[in-house]
Design a binder for this molecule. Structure first.
Ligand code: PAF
Length: 313
């Protein structure tokens, strides 16, 4: 079983580190050849030197499972790049913030098993040569196309596995590898609900931290509370109209919990804007706006946040 990871973002590098710790065979797919050592510090403070060149994939078809922990706007290009080389048995895993690309992925690779995932495992990449694991989280996953026949993942639903074990993996299926790398994993029959839950959190934390140039934890200050509640109310209205569960109170509480748990972090959108990179706004608040328009629901705050972020970019 060979895992391939696209890109060298924080979560991509974190997955490389986790693979190496459990002796899982791993390769990376990078746009350019990179000849450097990644200095990765795990959550226990232990340092690992990873020679990126030695794990760069020589051939794009050389993997059983391809994980794409890249920005939402990079997914379609990345899939187009690998499409000519892959066969129908290789599993594709989408692991990104925001929504709106699953349909494109299904159209591009209609025969492959496709998993959508969302994780709260956290890492910080101060620069291309360093990675710091900043938080142990969890992961929710679900097949959105061509699930394997054994359906092992459904039997194991909600099974909680403890921390990544530093022994050799006796891996058989992609599900088992993911269970180990992103533990604890919870396999969902309806992963879209989990993706909407995460979207509702990103729709508040990401643009508000980027616009106000603040850490996630500063959103807990009194001055932001009405705004946060009102954004959650708009998202809940769209979710409910699409038959997803989530009241504005529940979403508000989830936002506060994540802001608290990641209080010292700068959100990914804050960092993208600060480093003059494109933001994921079109796949977060922009996605909510597009779904709201189809349903004739007014979402003025989400619309304003899209404009404010675009004005900053
Ligand atoms: O995009 C991010 O930064 C993260 O998804 C989250 C949960 C908002 C924490 O910073």
């Amino acid at each position: 079983m060979k895992v391939a990871i696209v890109g060298n973002g924080a979560i991509g590098n974190l997955l490389v580190l986790k693979c190496i710790k459990v002796h899982q065979e791993v390769g990376v797919v990078l746009r350019q050849q990179r000849n450097f050592t990644l200095n990765a510090t795990d959550i226990a403070g232990q340092s690992h030197q990873i020679d990126i060149n030695s794990i760069a994939l020589a051939s794009l078809c050389d993997f059983d499972m391809l994980i794409l922990p890249v920005k939402a706007y990079q997914i379609v290009d990345a899939l187009r790049q690998v499409k000519p080389y892959i066969g129908p048995t290789q599993t594709i895993v989408l692991l990104h913030n925001g929504m709106g690309v699953i349909e494109d992925a299904k159209m591009l690779l209609p025969n492959n098993p496709l998993i959508a995932a969302t994780t709260s495992h956290a890492a910080y990449k101060p620069d291309n040569h360093r990675l710091i694991e900043t938080g142990l989280g969890s992961c929710q996953l679900g097949y959105v196309l061509n699930p394997p026949n054994n359906a092992l993942h459904i039997k194991r639903e909600n099974e909680q596995k403890s921390e990544v074990k530093a022994d050799v993996l006796q891996t058989v299926t992609c599900d088992q590898v993911l269970d180990t790398l992103l533990a604890p994993c919870s396999w969902q029959q309806n992963i879209e609900q989990a993706l909407w839950d995460k979207l509702a959190i990103n729709a508040v934390i990401n643009p508000l931290t980027a616009v106000n140039k603040i850490k996630n934890g500063q959103l807990l200050e009194a001055t932001y509370q009405i705004m946060i509640k009102d954004i959650c109310a708009e998202t809940a209205a769209v979710m409910n109209a699409l038959s997803f569960v989530g009241s504005k109170e529940q979403l508000y509480q989830k936002v506060l919990d994540v802001a608290q748990a990641t209080s010292e972090n700068y959100s990914s959108m804050y960092q993208d804007i600060a480093h003059n990179r494109p933001s994921e706004i079109d796949y977060i608040n922009g996605y909510i706006c597009r779904e709201a328009e189809k349903l004739a629901i007014d979402v003025p705050l989400n619309t304003a946040l899209v404009s404010q972020i675009k004005a900053l970019a």
